[in-house]
Design a protein around this ligand. Structure first.
Ligand code: SF4
Ligand code: SF4
Ligand code: FES
Length: 380
């Protein structure tokens, strides 16, 4: 049986001592879970190790921790898999080398205060943000006498967000939350899509407007993909946030006071106009829209002035070429026409096509054994 060195991050705020690594060697099968390893330490070596868990089957969402830097469910992560990765050092270190000691660093999740050892305060961050997005259905009126009939496609569309078990793994590694703790965050915004995508809900527009106008809302996500990598249930919170944005901007035309919608639109209009992103134009268009006068939007000037301390050193160090910054990147006219043809093709569509890649399968999946015989005898 392989041996693992479990390095458990211990911290008791009441002790007045700093956090430290508590090391234990255990022998266990590599197919056993990290939670099995922690519970072995707690049951056989040190009963004071703090860990929250319940179902041990990836259902209750209570055993979220970081294992070798990656957040996830301890009950759903094999010891062998956790030991083989060096998430944080992937860029430099890669996976564990053959013969190298099997070390698993287990830490509490990030972006939430630690109550003790591996237990974080979910109330202080995760649940507070969850409540922020009105996490329940607001009935359309009149309520039907019997049940609401929901089209199949709509239910398929929101199934992905319904799979969330509120473990907080995505919150743990959200880069935007690290910079702005007020950001509503991936889990809560994925929950918001669960209702915005549900045709039974009466408040789609109100929800979207509220989240778009909030300076810590829809447009605060920086597309870092961490929440997608972290989620053990493939909820893909970032994709849900992008869907909320598309609905807010394209379907409800919500022009938010944070310039988020315009900023997003500027990326596409600039690529359409120039074939490549014209960074210097991004700021004026984000404030003033796509018109020529947009350049003179006072807000853009104010932000430009504020950014000068970052821009000037970048120019001096040769990281920014002034000519390209002012005139934009150039591509050949043939290539530009090809890009614009693509835009026209997409924009000419009467309906926007949203692909939900969560539910996969073939239309012509083989029938279960005996199914055709059963249906034949039913029809005869
Ligand atoms: S993609 Fe957005 S929501 Fe997800 S972790 Fe990154 S910043 Fe946070
Ligand atoms: S979206 Fe995924 S990672 Fe985030 S709380 Fe839900 S299940 Fe956990
Ligand atoms: S113990 Fe319930 S999800 Fe891990």
């Amino acid at each position: 049986m392989p041996e693992y060195l479990l390095k458990i991050r211990r911290f008791d705020p009441q002790s007045g001592q700093a956090a430290y690594w508590d090391e234990h060697r255990i022998e266990m099968e590599e197919s056993q879970s990290v939670l099995d390893g922690i519970l072995k330490v707690r049951n056989e070596i040190d009963g004071s190790v703090g860990i929250r868990c319940s179902c041990q089957q990836a259902i209750c969402g209570s055993c979220g921790v970081r294992m070798n830097g990656k957040p996830g469910l301890a009950c759903n992560t094999h010891l062998g898999i956790a030991a083989d990765r060096k998430w944080r050092n992937e860029a430099v270190g890669g996976p564990r080398d053959e013969g190298e000691e099997r070390v698993i660093e287990i830490e509490p999740m990030g972006n939430m205060p630690v109550i003790r050892d591996l237990i974080v305060d979910m109330d202080a961050v995760h649940w507070k943000k969850f409540q922020r997005v009105t996490p329940y259905l607001v009935n359309k009126q009149p309520v039907p006498e019997r049940e609401y009939i929901v089209p199949h496609d709509n239910m398929v569309d929101i199934t992905q967000t319904m799979a969330c078990i509120q473990c907080g793994a995505c919150v743990s590694d959200c880069l935007s939350m690290e910079i702005d703790p007020g950001f509503i965050g991936p889990a809560a915004l994925a929950k918001a899509y669960r209702f915005v995508g549900d045709p039974r809900d009466a408040d789609h527009k109100e929800r979207l407007k509220d989240l778009a106008e909030d300076e810590h809302g829809l447009y605060d996500c920086t597309h870092c993909f961490n929440c997608i990598d972290a989620c053990p249930k493939e909820v893909a919170p970032m994709s849900q946030i992008m869907r909320l944005r598309r609905k807010a901007g394209s379907d409800y035309h919500i022009d938010d006071r944070n310039n988020g919608s315009r900023h997003e639109e500027s990326f596409t209009t600039l690529v359409k106009d120039y074939g490549l992103l014209h960074e210097a134009e991004l700021l004026p268009r984000s404030f003033g829209g796509n018109s020529w006068f947009g350049k003179f939007a006072p807000g853009a000037g104010a932000v430009l002035l504020k950014s000068l301390p970052a821009i000037v050193p970048a120019v001096l160090r040769g990281k920014v070429n002034i000519k390209t910054a002012i005139l934009g990147h150039k591509i050949g006219s043939k290539d530009l026409s090809a890009v614009q043809r693509l835009f026209n093709k997409v924009e000419d569509r009467k309906e926007r096509i949203e692909l939900n890649l969560y539910v996969v399968g073939e239309d012509s999946e083989p029938e279960p054994v005996g199914a055709s015989a059963a249906s034949e005898s039913e029809n005869s």
